[in-house]
Design a protein around this ligand. Sequence first.
Ligand code: NAP
Length: 281
Amino acid sequence: MAFVIDGKKISNDIKDELKEKVAALKEEGIEITLAVIQVGNDPASSIYVGNKKKACEYIGINSLSYELPETTTQEELVALVKQLNENDEVNGILVQLPLPKHMNEELIIRTISPRKDVDGFHPQNVGALSIGQKGFVSCTPAGIIELLKRSGITIEGKECVIIGRSNIVGKPMSMLMLRENATVTICHSKTKNLKEVAKRADILIVAIGKPRFVTADYVKEGAVVIDVGIHRDENNKSFGDVDYADVYDHVSAITPVPGGVGPMTIAMLMKNCVDAAMQNQ
Ligand code: NAP
């Protein structure tokens, strides 16, 4: 029977550990503050922002909320980010993506101070990850490493295949798995013989954004399968990039959707905020 990796429990454990750490820092007079900026009122973004604020509250991190109208100009947003960069009371800055079409996301990400870039998207942090230096790491891939480690799954020496090469999941994931001494293959839409390549994996990480794309014929018997995808059916029930029911009998461990990778992203964001405050001491 497959071991179901419980992302909800693991993320709650991490949040509880952080809560204790934050309380101890408070006793030393250290407060942690995250600035959260949302431009426009995209409903999905509002839910994500709301969940991030809730997590801050639970852990004891102050959150400063900036809800800007859709009509905000890029110059106004840049000015706000620069002002938060200069504010010593702000440890982390998060700009909820996607931004409205009239804004250049790359420019906004570059404007955030790398020391406050708790999403780990700034090119300096991305570069640091690829050359093995310290820096903030993108939260979803960082969360997947925690899921594997806390589930007692050995990474070192394993064949890891990652399907998807996005800047926020696939690419940083590959760097993290390499750092953990896995042998890493990255696949994308131009990969030939995807099924055969995926079947080499001891650990298969799927981040392609295609509903139930990965079926049993992509999976080696006994592999560990990590499903990053999030989709919703007509009843608003979420499911992943992996056909869970189809692969379940063939894997040794698997993350469910919901309750697998999803909850880890916010937990790791909170960890990055605590790390941001510690690095400034
Ligand atoms: P993305 O930016 O759309 O990237 C998708 C990647 O999959 C691309 O590299 C693409 O290849 C590749 N791909 C697409 N179709 C493919 C195919 N048929 N065969 C092989 N590769 C294919 O997606 P993302 O931002 O990484 O997100 C992926 C999924 O994870 C989405 O469902 C998203 O909602 C979810 N997600 C979840 C979390 C979480 O917290 N759990 C966080 C982030 C994302 P090319 O590069 O060649 O186009």
